[in-house]
Design a protein around this ligand. Structure first.
Ligand code: SF4
Ligand code: SF4
Length: 76
């Protein structure tokens, strides 16, 4: 069985730092950055990228649709 790993890309300038995606991730991947984007918002990022399964929960709950999820199969 091939394992599936995920990765997310956050559209940093469109993120408003609401934090809704942080508890939505069952793998505890996402945190809000200490840095801010051009609008002064603490945008989300992958704090623990190795734990992402590509489940898409974060993208579904983001009210602004700024998260894109990628899934990759890793041959075992
Ligand atoms: S795709 Fe799933 S595991 Fe990956 S960051 Fe989003 S909610 Fe977490
Ligand atoms: S839910 Fe969307 S807008 Fe809110 S912090 Fe997460 S990525 Fe940013």
């Amino acid at each position: 069985m091939a394992k599936v790993r995920g990765a997310i890309v956050v559209d940093v300038e469109k993120c408003k730092g609401c934090g809704v995606c942080v508890p939505a991730c069952p793998s505890n991947v996402i945190e809000l950055n200490k840095e801010v984007n051009g609008k002064g918002y603490h945008y989300s990022f992958m704090a623990r990228p190795e734990a992402c399964t590509g489940c898409t929960n974060c993208a579904v709950v983001c009210p602004d649709g700024v998260i894109t999820v990628y899934r990759i199969k890793i041959p075992s």
